[in-house]
Design a protein around this ligand. Sequence first.
Ligand SMILES: NC(=O)c1ccc[n+]([C@@H]2O[C@H](COP(=O)([O-])OP(=O)(O)OC[C@H]3O[C@@H](n4cnc5c(N)ncnc54)[C@H](OP(=O)(O)O)[C@@H]3O)[C@@H](O)[C@H]2O)c1
Length: 328
Amino acid sequence: MNYRRLGKTDLHVSEVSLGTWQVGGRWGSGFDHQNAEQILRQAIADGVNFIDTADVYEAGESEIAVGRLVNQSSEEIYIATKCGRRISPQISEAYTPSILRKHVEDSLGRLQVERIDLIQLHCPPTEVYYRPEIFGLFEDLQREGKIRHLGVSVERVEEGIKAIEYANVTTVQIIYNLFRQRPADYFFDLAAARDVGVIVRVPLASGLLTGTYHKDTTFLDGDHRHGNRDGEWFDKGETFAGVPYELGLEAVSRIKALFPELPNLAPLALRWILLRDEVSCIIPGVSKMSQLDSNLNDSQGIKIGSDQLAELDHIYESLIKAHVHQLW
Ligand SMILES: NC(=O)c1ccc[n+]([C@@H]2O[C@H](COP(=O)([O-])OP(=O)(O)OC[C@H]3O[C@@H](n4cnc5c(N)ncnc54)[C@H](OP(=O)(O)O)[C@@H]3O)[C@@H](O)[C@H]2O)c1
């Protein structure tokens, strides 16, 4: 495992880290603590030292599972969690320092830790980024020893650009992958100039970029890939990175033709992201053990030639860009 600096935090994190939205099993299947424990244990054994969760993942079950394993581990493992999405309705006026404070304190309880290594504002409404008192709350929490660092998880590039104006924002979590390339044009340089850590989520476009799906693949009713293709539940950019499913399959079949030796494109898709030095880590999510090995270990050995890189750019430019580039 390689480790990278997480911006101006004092943390060095595994470049392939772990997202835990689905660590308890496939979305929509209920939370299986045994599944979560196996995945977390193996990830840590393989060198993962940074785990992303959120208070809303499986109504807190993900935080409980992550906290339990991290507390049992003899390694130093950093927990990144998130706050804000329990607020309803999701409008700026409903965001207050006191509600967010309560939610952070609830996370401390579920995680069973005294201090959260990285707390991230979880895709709040855009107006929240223009409210300094919200960011001030996290200075208080830091002084009180309840959090170590503040980050934001953003939907749009412009939200990331605004968020890093606040000196206490040390990381930005953003979608960047073969199907979502705009952050490289407008955000990575700025983040590097301010020494802000870049955490890349949805690196596999919700699994689409693995090349293991086809037009008849079905997803459970409670899976956002079944119910959120047009943004019915939350921002549609979180589902398949916002790419229309059938179009994504077409692009993936062209990527497969470029890498005929790969039975699963996940290692390639992850390695492509890690070619960018501005990226601190990626946090692919896995719902079962077999996916973990492919993401953590197979991605290390992938080589991408310059002709292949050019063709990957061409696939994005010609097929995908018109559907996503200006939306986020
Ligand atoms: N707003 C936010 O802040 C936000 C939003 C989304 C995600 N996140 C974080 O980012 C993490 C990653 O994003 P994500 O999970 O949405 O998307 P992702 O990592 O792009 O895709 C994850 C899905 O891809 C499939 N998969 C993963 N590895 C595989 C492999 N080697 N072979 C075959 N299939 C594989 C699995 O699907 P199956 O379950 O179908 O097997 C898995 O559920 C999340 O876990 C979460 O921690 C944050």
